[in-house]
Design a binder for this molecule. Structure first.
Ligand code: GLU
Length: 606
């Protein structure tokens, strides 16, 4: 064979290889999802080469199989997300949005798939006829609260850069489970039973509830052919199949056609959606004489700023000198003195959050950069405001040199959401928090074909905007509703690196509304300062403060902790604090992952 011919033969061979993309065969996990009512101890999971942590065993398993087939962490996340939308529909799905942090071995990217407000929305969106803010549920249920869903378009954009397996393959697990059916988990059943609004939507009622109005029981096999049909179209044509054409028309009809609470979303809003690639917000953090780089999501999330501020402020207090206590069950827990410092640091961070954080396409960062809010000198000055007794309420500070004429937003409830952490065999890592906002979102299920029971749920993300556009002094708030804007979030997907070597050490995050910030900060503090593995840190009792009351997870703290805090001016509230943490930490031999005992998550890998 001549040299020229052999070159041709070689290039034909290479072309043939390139034309045969790697495939992935999925087989559903045989066992049922575990029980999740209450608190269920979990062992934590050690893996050597790769690991995936997600909120439901079927979703985790889909991700594990993608990694085993040679997929990247990003490939695995797509499979996990599509299964979560089926088996954990209360928390996230293709009708919602997400923030995704990705470490590709060199740098960290931050993909923003946050929902956007329709072009016709304005700052009166959540004001009633009397000009006063609507109640939360009046705003949520219906079409009014629905933003343009961003998660599919965002994953598609990220996949173009970080995908190894073909896009269409990654939908196989969810399509198969949707068609074969999955067993309703205890947590899904409990939430279906407790939700007053979902069954008011006829499409959701026909899918989740029996004719007598009771939800299908735990273990009931639920099939969702309409969801499988939509996924097939997305698998074949990408996010266009969701945001344009028949599926988009069905979304708009559902939103605009709601009888009592219609929304303003249009086909043009859906078609105009663009995910954003942002710079991750990374800051230095020192714990037990070691330097770390904490990378989190920048605005429109408030997560990385608040977590970084709390941890940074604590480093200017004696917190690190306060040892852990032993609880009645023999397990470690923070002392009241430490909780005092932590919750005071939190009040300061949440005061800044209420004033400064909003969609960066609409709101200037103080001093021209979000980093001013994490500057060590600024945090040291903020720490000086912490005294022996609780300050109860904090005022925002002035990071940077420029003062901004922004109002201070009132706190609002936030719920729902799911967190995914993955490290792949190449050492690339992903941390993605994904949401439809409240449990079951806007309680609106879309079934584009109208054939069979099922479909997908729409988000109520727009209620993450401030309902009142101005504060009491009449100043506009950073997070008021504006057309095309992304609502402020608390989602805190985080990647932690060793500062000196640049080695990835942790991927973690949680659902939980504004308390996401505390759940994430607690887990990082436990791992970095108290030498805990991911599971031990996740297991720690939850605590925090977003305003005056000091919140403690119910039945997890001894009476003398509560008494000490009360004696130091804290208004203590013991309450459910249902985090859904997932975290994976590097160990000498590989990775150790943990999943929250308060929900149904597990970690798998090899
Ligand atoms: N929608 C909330 C946010 O983006 C999260 C809701 C939740 O986790 O409960 O911050």
């Amino acid at each position: 064979m001549s040299a020229r011919l052999s070159t041709v033969a070689l290039s034909l061979l290479l072309a043939a290889c390139a034309a045969t993309p790697p495939t992935f065969t999925y087989s559903p996990l045989p066992q049922q999802p575990e029980a999740a009512s209450g608190y269920q101890d979990k062992p934590g999971w050690a893996t050597r080469r790769y690991a995936v942590a997600a909120a439901n065993p079927l979703a985790t398993d889909a991700g594990r199989q993608v990694l085993a087939a040679g997929g990247s962490a990003l490939d695995a996340a797509i499979a996990v997300q599509m299964v979560l939308g089926l088996v954990e529909p209360q928390s996230s799905g293709i009708g919602g949005g997400a923030f995704l942090l990705y470490y590709d071995g060199k740098q960290v990217s931050a993909w923003d798939g946050r929902e956007t407000a329709p072009a016709a929305a304005d700052e009166t969106l959540f004001l009633g006829a009397d000009g006063k803010p609507m109640t939360f549920n009046d705003a949520v249920v219906g079409g009014r609260s629905v933003g343009v869903p961003g998660v599919v378009a965002m994953l598609e954009q990220a996949h173009r850069e970080q995908g190894k397996l073909p896009w269409r393959e990654l939908f196989q697990p969810a399509i198969r489970l949707a068609e074969q059916g999955f067993a309703i988990s205890p947590r899904l059943h409990t939430l279906l039973k407790s939700d007053a609004f979902l069954k008011q939507d006829p499409v959701a009622a026909a899918y989740f509830y029996q004719p007598d109005g009771q939800p299908y029981p735990v273990g009931h096999l639920l099939r969702n052919q309409p969801y499988a049909d939509v996924l097939r179209q997305i698998a074949a044509r990408g996010s266009k199949a969701l945001l344009q054409g028949a599926v988009a028309e069905a979304i708009v009809a559902k939103v605009q056609g709601h009888a009592s609470n219609p929304g303003k979303l249009t086909l043009a809003d859906l078609a105009a959606y663009r995910p954003q690639k942002r710079d991750a917000l990374c800051s230095d953090y020192r714990a037990v004489s070691r330097d770390y780089r904490l990378c989190g999501f920048p605005p429109p999330s408030s997560g990385a700023i608040a977590v970084g501020q709390i941890l940074g402020i604590l480093n200017h207090t004696p917190a690190a000198d306060l040892p852990l206590q032993q609880g009645a069950d023999g397990k470690a827990l923070p002392s009241p003195q430490w909780l005092h410092l932590y919750t005071e640091a939190s009040r300061l961070a949440f005061a800044d959050r209420a004033k400064y954080v909003g969609d960066p396409d609409f709101v200037q960062p103080p001093g021209g950069s979000w980093h001013t809010m994490l500057a060590p000198g600024y945090l040291a000055a903020r720490a000086k405001l912490i005294g022996d007794n609780s300050m109860k309420t904090a005022q925002p500070g002035q990071p940077g040199t420029m003062s901004l004429a922004l109002g201070i937003a009132a706190p609002q409830p936030e719920y729902g959401t799911s967190h995914i952490s993955i490290v792949d065999a190449d050492g690339h890592a992903l941390s993605m928090t994904t949401t439809i906002e409240a449990q079951f979102g806007a309680r609106q299920m879309v079934n584009p074909s109208g054939k069979g029971a099922g479909g997908f749920l729409l988000n109520n993300e727009l209620t993450d905007f401030n309902f009142a556009p101005n504060d009491a002094a009449g100043l506009p708030t950073a997070n008021r509703v504006q057309p095309g804007k992304r609502p402020r979030s608390s989602m805190s997907p985080t990647l932690v690196f060793d500062k000196a070597s640049g080695q990835l050490l942790i991927s973690g995050g949680s659902p939980g509304g504004a308390l996401i910030i505390h759940y994430t900060a607690k887990t990082l503090y436990g791992m970095l300062n108290w030498g805990m593995n991911a599971q031990q840190a996740i297991n720690l009792p939850n605590f925090g403060a977003t305003g005056a009351p000091t919140l403690l997870e119910e039945k997890r703290f001894p009476a003398d902790t509560v008494q000490w805090l009360q004696a130091h001016g804290h208004e203590v509230r013991e309450t459910d604090m249902t985090s859904g943490l997932q975290a994976i930490g590097r160990t000498a031999g590989g990775f150790f992952g943990g999943a929250d005992p308060r929900r149904e998550g597990v970690v798998m890998g090899e």
